[in-house]
Each structure stands twice: as structure tokens, then as C-alpha cells.
Design a protein around this ligand. Structure first.
Ligand code: ADP
Ligand code: ZN
Length: 740
């Protein structure tokens, strides 16, 4: 509690000063508290308030009022018990939170909770102590090799933690203690790590003419000092990153903070390295793998303005920027920007909202922009800046379909002869191949050939996926796992359990058999323990320490592998099989384009080979012929005809319960209560595409409306007609669902 400036619950507050405080819980409204004696903290301040039996951290949401918002017995009004020593949330962040809550229908408290993600900010900032050398001290009376190593390392005068000094010198901390006693080392506070300062004029490369033109447009947008959205549209390798770096530099010159958003997985060391080359220091990173103290430090750095450029995943949008002046959303089409739990939001869209509130510029960059952004560019709502070709001048890869109906792989194998040939040739030329399959594990289904038993998750509508390396059967929805069984639990037969279909592990097995001399790297999130290890694998691939790479969508994004020449798609139809989901075509196009785009980026023209049963499917045909326009025309026409986004608005209501009947009954009841409205169609209820997850049965309703209809308003009216939902039934609202 030392972090409180003041802690006196019972002092007399100034009469009539009510402070509206918002709590980070699933509630929309603020609660009134009496102002603390030291005065009224400004809006955005973090305060401690009694809430039920507990004391909780809340946020002063507004200017104080003379009287409570709701009639309440003044004697019952509780007082703010303390003000926390954390930088306040900027007022713009408060308005942003309100906007998001209004749009997503999530409780305001839950949105604000996302802005308080760094708990450590609220903890006292204790200085950490380390040791450093004492200048001019005499040698210790007894010198040992270990002592010598410690002194050698410490001779640079830096302050290090005892443990890290001992570790570096490969000795115990006892040795360090001995040197302190001998007067050679002394304890000292470790200075707080500072955020690096990027240097806008550090550019070393020369931009091409096309790039210069694009840069001019982006700079003009930044200089305009008003809200503007620019779609930066160019094939993979066209030099978009270098272009938007110039916009970043411009915003820095103008003294503004910058946020670069990447889909989580693309926070690669490669990106950080390039940033460092351009700006002379690494950016401030924000993602889920940060430690608690790091989160606290960065949160503060952003709030004080010390952090100038943040590179982060979607949650970086909720940091307390004091003077944000530019957001870049790279790979703007990526599904990773949609968050689908608690607060359902699309971070790309919210970035645009944030920019409009702060009146600055946003850049959306992609080689395969979302249909929404395309349409916005076509209708002139967004500026459209196009980079026509690859920077290196190499052509986009040549894409061919391997028609699995005519040239299937041998039985029990997954690579068709033309793909095997392609890999063989690529190996012979000393280049790298990449095999892509968007499925983790060894096999998506295990069945008993004697009795037909299939291993299914007890809690989800899903088969258990065999993970042979980890010796487990795993559910990809809830994480349930079993050791791989030795015999069939149903008939007891021992050797009839068969793995059906391929996952990346199985493809890796086949590759190892076929190409025993090749160096293989398998990239799958479940096999790589953390970000650091993942970065190591990527670096090994960049350095050409692997000949054949097999990976899930981890490999699809953002990487630049200079010696990669062949990309093989093991199952091109995987995404298209997703039934009625109207975004399936767009997603498949984007994914196949991105993955094949990894081929031949630097020197020679690359090749993409796609194994498919549907070579004539329009999406497949567009990929094979590199005909993006054909794909777009068809997709946009379909969206228009079906009143799908961006021509219409969609919202999904998901009802879930452990009780199958309860879920269905409530869903039907909700459907009956829908207010009549001519311009809104309600579809369902139906079982959700994955009907059971973690033992919860899920039913879904879709509301569909024209673009000019306020669907939130309609939903609010609808939800207000609902009786309180009881028991374990849950209802969640997903505005703009990403897949359905
Ligand atoms: P994109 O973001 O469109 O995929 P990048 O900005 O990553 O493209 O550029 C692709 C490659 O070309 C990178 O290796 C990058 O360093 C290089 N590159 C881009 N522009 C230049 C330039 N003006 N001078 C030198 N190299 C460049
Ligand atoms: Zn499960």
C-alpha cells in the first residue's frame, strides 16, 4: 500500500463533491464517490475505492459533480480512499473506450480493463539493486580465477544484478559477495531502463521512384494534421515497409508518438532488425510474451511520452498514448486483428476510430487488402496508394495447380509426384523449399479400423488431433489431451488404430523419409515453446540453415527468406471447405497469396505449387493466374448482392450453456423477442459451426442490416426485451463477426 499518496478513508471530503468512478468490471455505469480530502483527481486518474466488500482500483471518469448522478442518501456515499501513483489515462483514451463500448456493446468496464492491462503500473516502483566495480580499489587479498573473471567483467563499470554477474562469470553469487566484503565491488541501484529514442534522419537506403511517390502521399497525409486513412497496397516485397517507415519518420519529426500494429506472430526479430537499421534503435515492443515488470515499464513510458514508437499486437491500441500522431496497421487484412473473447473488436477498424478521435493519419498496409478496405479505397473514403511491383524487380512467383484428382500422392503419402519433383530440383539448386499446411499435429483424426471408433473430444464437437512428437491426442478447441492410447477403448483391439489425414508433423515425417540428406525445420506453434525460440528458428531459416521448411500459418506472415524458391501448398482446399462462411474465399485468397509470396523474393523468380481437388474454383483460378482483379470483382459483387460487409452490417449473438436444451431454448426465446424491423433480417437460431466448445453448447443468431441502419441501436432495444438470463447461460454479442 506504499503506492498510495494518501490513505485516509474517514476524512471529511468537501461537501457535495461527487466523483464518478468507473470500475474495470462487466458494468457500464460509473459510481459516485465522495472526493478525497487532498482534492479532486482529474479525469483519467486511478483511484482506490470501496466496492462491495473489497477495495478496488477505478478510474475517475468525469469532472466531479455537485450532486450524485442518481438520487442516493448522501450518508451512504462512500469516499475515494486514495489516489494511485500511476500516470492517468489520457482523456482521449476515455472517449475511445466509450466509443468501443458503444460500438461493440461490451460493458464499458470491460473495455477499460483492456487499458489497465499492466497491473505492475499500480505497484510501487522499487529500485533494484546490483553491484558495480569500485574505481581504484586495491586487489583482493586472495585472488582466484573466479574472482578474476568477475572483476574482468565488472571492469566496464556497468551496474549488474548480482545473479547475472555471477552467471556471466560462471561462478556462485558467493564469489561476488566475497568481492563486496573485500571492497572491490559495491552495491548500487540499477538505473531504470529507458525507452530508446528513434532517429528520424537515420535512413541509409535510397528509395525507388515508385516508393518516393508513395512516401510523398503518406507524408502529405501526416502533415495534413487531420484524420485520413491511406490504403498502402502493394505485392509482397514491393517495399511497403520502407515506405511507411518514412511516414513514421515524419510523425516523429513532428514530435508525435507512433504505433505500428502487426498481427501478433509477425513481431519477428527481422522486423525489429529492420526498424533498428532505419531508426538507429529498436522500437518499444508490446505483445503477450512480455513479463509483468516490462509491461509496467512500457505502459508508463507510453503515458509519459518517453516511448516514441510502439510496435505491437492489437492490444497495443489500448496503451495510454499522450500524443499519438500516426498508426500503421501492417498486414491489415489479417484475421489476428479480430479479438473474439470478452470484448469482440476488430483492431484495424478501431485503429481507424482512434485516429478519427485524435484527428491524425492511419496507414493500412497489405499485399492482399481486406474487401472492406478495397471498397473504401474504391469509393474514395480512403486514399489509395499503390506500389506496382517488387522492389527487387523479380516477378511474382509462377503458380501452378497440382490436380490431385489426376495426380494423387501414393497411398499413405501426402505429397504428389510433381511436388516431390519440385522439391528435388530446388534442393539440387541449393535453394530452400517451404511446405505449408495449416494444421498442427500429426493427423486430424484417429480411428479404429476394427470397430470404427473415432477419438473425439469429450467437451467439444471436434476430433482429437494426434500430436506424435508430444505423444498426445489433443483437442484444438479446449486443449483437452490424452496420452496416445495403445488400444481401442471401444473394442480393445491393439493394432488397428489408424491416423487419418495429414498434419504438419506427418508431412515432416514424409519429407524426412524422402529427402534424408536435407536439413528440415518444422514450424508449428505447439512445438516451439516461446517467442525467443521462435525467433531463433526463423533466424536459422534466414541463414539458410534449413533446406526444407514445413509450417503452419506461422510461416505465412511477414518473413523474408532470401533463398526460398519453392512453396508447396499441401492442401489448397482446406480453407474453401468452410461451408457457408462468406469470408472463406477472401481468407483463402489472402493466405495462399501470402504463403506463395514467400517464394523467390530476392533473386530468382519463385514457384508456387498448390495441391488441390478444385483447380477450377474461382478463388483457386484467381490465385493460379495471379488475377487479383478477377477475384475482387467476383467477391465484391457477391458481397453487394448478399448485403454482406462492407455493404451490410452483421452482428452475431451466441448463446452458450452446458445444458444443451437451455442453450437452444434461450436462443429460440431471444429470436422470438426480436423487435420487428423491416430493414433487419434475423437468421437462425442454428447451432454454431462448432456446436460444442469446452462442454458448452452453442447456438447462434445473426442479425443482418443495410449499411445505413444503426444495428447497435436495434440490438440494444432487442437485448432490453430479454428477461435476465439465469444459470450458466451466457449471451455474447459479436459485431462484425470475422467468420460465421
Ligand atoms: P513489403 O513490406 O512490401 O513486403 P519490404 O519493405 O519488406 O516490402 O521490402 C522488400 C525487400 O526489399 C526488403 O528486403 C527490403 O529491405 C528491400 N527494399 C525495399 N525498398 C528498398 C530500397 N529502397 N532500397 C533497398 N532495399 C529495399
Ligand atoms: Zn475440446
Amino acid at each position: 500500500m506504499t503506492n498510495l499518496l494518501d490513505l485516509q478513508p474517514d476524512v471529511k471530503a468537501r461537501q457535495g463533491e461527487c466523483v464518478p468512478v468507473l470500475l474495470p468490471v462487466a458494468l457500464d455505469q460509473t459510481y459516485d464517490y465522495l472526493a478525497p480530502p487532498e482534492g479532486v483527481p482529474p479525469p483519467g486518474s486511478f483511484v482506490l475505492v470501496p466496492f462491495g466488500p473489497q477495495s478496488r482500483i477505478g478510474i475517475v471518469w468525469d469532472e466531479p459533480r455537485g450532486t450524485p448522478a442518481k438520487p442516493i442518501d448522501p450518508a451512504k456515499l462512500k469516499a475515494v480512499t486514495g489516489t494511485l501513483d500511476a500516470p492517468p489515462l489520457p482523456v482521449l483514451s476515455l472517449r475511445f473506450a466509450e466509443w468501443i463500448a458503444g460500438y461493440t456493446l461490451a460493458p464499458l468496464g470491460m473495455v477499460v480493463r483492456m487499458m489497465m492491462s499492466a497491473r505492475e503500473v499500480f505497484e510501487p516502483q522499487k529500485p533494484r539493486f546490483g553491484v558495480t566495480i569500485v574505481e581504484g580499489a586495491a586487489m583482493p587479498p586472495r585472488m582466484t580465477p573466479a574472482r578474476q573473471r568477475v572483476l574482468d567483467i565488472a571492469s566496464d563499470g556497468l551496474i549488474r544484478a548480482k545473479s547475472s554477474l555471477a552467471q556471466e562469470a560462471a561462478c556462485t553469487t558467493g564469489v561476488v559477495d566475497g568481492l563486496i566484503t573485500a571492497g572491490c565491488l559495491v552495491e548500487a541501484a540499477i538505473p531504470q531502463k529507458r525507452c530508446p529514442i528513434p532517429e528520424p534522419h537515420h535512413r541509409t537506403i535510397e528509395l525507388s521512384e515508385d516508393q518516393e511517390r508513395a512516401v510523398m502521399a503518406l507524408r502529405a497525409a501526416v502533415d495534413g494534421g487531420t484524420f485520413a486513412v491511406t490504403l498502402l497496397d502493394g505485392v509482397t516485397g514491393s517495399g511497403k515497409t520502407e515506405v511507411y517507415y518514412e511516414a513514421v519518420a515524419r510523425a516523429l519529426e513532428r514530435g508525435r508518438q507512433v504505433l505500428i500494429m502487426l498481427p501478433e506472430i509477425a513481431l519477428t526479430s527481422q522486423f525489429m532488425g529492420r526498424f533498428q537499421d532505419r531508426f538507429g534503435c529498436p522500437p518499444v515492443e508490446w505483445h503477450s510474451a512480455l513479463s509483468g515488470p516490462e509491461r509496467g515499464r512500457i505502459w508508463r513510458g507510453v503515458a509519459t511520452g518517453e516511448a516514441r514508437v510502439v510496435v505491437g499486437a492489437r492490444s497495443a491500441l489500448f496503451l495510454p498514448y499522450t500524443d499519438l500522431g500516426l498508426i500503421v496497421v501492417d498486414e491489415e487484412h489479417d484475421g489476428g486483428f479480430k479479438q473474439d473473447d470478452r470484448v469482440h473488436y476488430q483492431a484495424r477498424d478501431m485503429a481507424v476510430v482512434r485516429a478519427s478521435l485524435g484527428r491524425f493519419s492511419v496507414v493500412l498496409a497489405s499485399a492482399t487488402p481486406s474487401i472492406e478496405s478495397h471498397v473504401n479505397a474504391r469509393t474514395g473514403r480512403y486514399n489509395h496508394v499503390v506500389l506496382p511491383g517488387r522492389f527487387s524487380g523479380t516477378e511474382l512467383p509462377e503458380i501452378e495447380a497440382i490436380d490431385l484428382r489426376r495426380e494423387p500422392p501414393e497411398k499413405g503419402r501426402w505429397l504428389a509426384p510433381p511436388l516431390v519433383e519440385g522439391i528435388t530440383e530446388t534442393l539440387a539448386r541449393g535453394q530452400q523449399s517451404l511446405l505449408f499446411l495449416n494444421r498442427r499435429g500429426y493427423a486430424p483424426l484417429t480411428l479404429c479400423q476394427k470397430c470404427g471408433h473415432r477419438f473425439e473430444c469429450p467437451q467439444c464437437t471436434a476430433w482429437l488431433v494426434e500430436h506424435r512428437f508430444r505423444k498426445k491426442l489433443n483437442c484444438h478447441h479446449c486443449g483437452f489431451s490424452l496420452p496416445i492410447p495403445e488400444k481401442c477403448p471401444s473394442c480393445g483391439e491393439a493394432d488397428k488404430l489408424t491416423a487419418c489425414g495429414p498434419g504438419v508433423e506427418r508431412v515432416a515425417e514424409e519429407v524426412a523419409e524422402r529427402f534424408p540428406e536435407a536439413r528440415i525445420e518444422l514450424l508449428s506453434s505447439d512445438l516451439i515453446p516461446g517467442l525467443t525460440e521462435m525467433r531463433r528458428v526463423i533466424e536459422r531459416i534466414e541463414r539458410h540453415e534449413a533446406d526444407i521448411i514445413i509450417g503452419t500459418q506461422l510461416v505465412a506472415k511477414g518473413h523474408h527468406f532470401p533463398d526460398l524458391n519453392l512453396v508447396g501448398i499441401v492442401d489448397g482446399d482446406l480453407g474453401l471447405a468452410q461451408g457457408a462462411d462468406p469470408r472463406a474465399g477472401e481468407r483463402t485468397f489472402q493466405l495462399l497469396h501470402q504463403v506463395t509470396g514467400r517464394a523467390g523474393r530476392a533473386f530468382a523468380r519463385g514457384r508456387g505449387l498448390i495441391q488441390t481437388h478444385l483447380p477450377d474454383h474461382p478463388v483457386m483460378a484467381a490465385i493460379i493466374h495471379g488475377d487479383r482483379e478477377a477475384f475482387l470483382e467476383r467477391e465484391i459483387a457477391q458481397r453487394q448482392a448478399g448485403l454482406l460487409p462492407p455493404y451490410g452490417r452483421l452482428a452475431a449473438l451466441i448463446v452458450s450453456s452446458r445444458d444443451k436444451q437451455a442453450a437452444e431454448m434461450i436462443a429460440r426465446d431471444i429470436a422470438h423477442r426480436a423487435p420487428p424491423a423491416e430493414q433487419i433480417r434475423i437468421l437462425g437460431p442454428t447451432e454454431a459451426p462448432i456446436a460444442i466448445i469446452r462442454g458448452r453448447h452453442r447456438w447462434r443468431l445473426l442479425a443482418k442490416a443495410r449499411r445505413d441502419i444503426d444495428i447497435q441501436n436495434y440490438l440494444r432495444a432487442w437485448l432490453s426485451r430479454m428477461p435476465p438470463i439465469k444459470g450458466d447461460v451466457r449471451l455474447s454479442v459479436d459485431i462484425d463477426p470475422y467468420s460465421f
